[in-house]
Design a protein around this ligand. Structure first.
Ligand code: FMN
Length: 175
């Protein structure tokens, strides 16, 4: 490995901003880590080229049990390159205390296989009526979903620190 800092792409699918903010926080935490990483947050809708990076964190908000289409499409379109990188996935969606729904989004297993991801984390999300469309409000009301911001920043930091630690080890990155 050369002395150049490793470059990490943090790319996220987000409909109402809560998951984008988690991605930004992961990037900030990675960049602030002693490992000396460069971390770049880019919305997945901008289709960033993963070839320019050593590692990729790909995340998505979860709606009706699934990742957002843009994030799923990104994983599929870039799978051959992603499989040559160190990749981590995260989902954000469950709300309330304890977080609901408790089950993994349907996409986690196939996307892990597709991208060769090293790990996946689920982080609680935010449900704020002011951000929702009329249809979403109706669904949320029908489901009696708890409103609020349940994002767990210490858990996000701990996960990012684990990624930084793994990338700091000499055998971390496939070439
Ligand atoms: C209509 C609707 C359906 C949702 N369905 C799920 C779901 O199936 N599983 C889940 O974990 N979260 C679900 N959520 C919660 C969102 O994933 C959560 O609010 C998330 O933080 C939104 O992220 P975003 O602001 O980046 O879009 C749903 C939210 C809405 C409004």
């Amino acid at each position: 490995m050369s002395g150049a800092p490793l470059r990490v792409l943090v790319t996220v699918g987000s409909r109402h901003g809560a998951t984008a903010e988690i991605g930004a926080e992961i990037a900030r935490r990675l960049a602030g880590n002693a490992a000396g990483l460069v971390a770049v947050p880019v919305p997945v809708t901008q289709r960033p080229d993963p070839a320019a990076f050593d590692a990729v964190v790909l995340g998505s908000a979860v709606y009706a049990g699934r990742w957002l289409e843009a994030a799923r499409e990104y994983a599929a379109a870039h799978a051959p390159v992603l499989r040559t990188k160190a990749v981590w996935l995260f989902s954000s969606g469950p709300i309330g205390e304890p977080p609901f729904p408790p089950d993994l989004p349907h996409d986690v297993d196939p996307l892990t296989a597709l991208t060769g991801a090293r790990g996946h984390a689920t982080f609680p999300g935010r449900l704020d009526k002011a951000h929702l469309t009329l249809g979403e409000r109706a669904m949320v009301t029908a489901m009696r979903a708890p409103l609020g911001d349940f994002r767990d920043w210490p858990a996000v930091h701990a996960w990012a620190d684990g990624i930084a630690a793994e990338l700091a080890s000499p055998a971390a990155v496939r070439t």
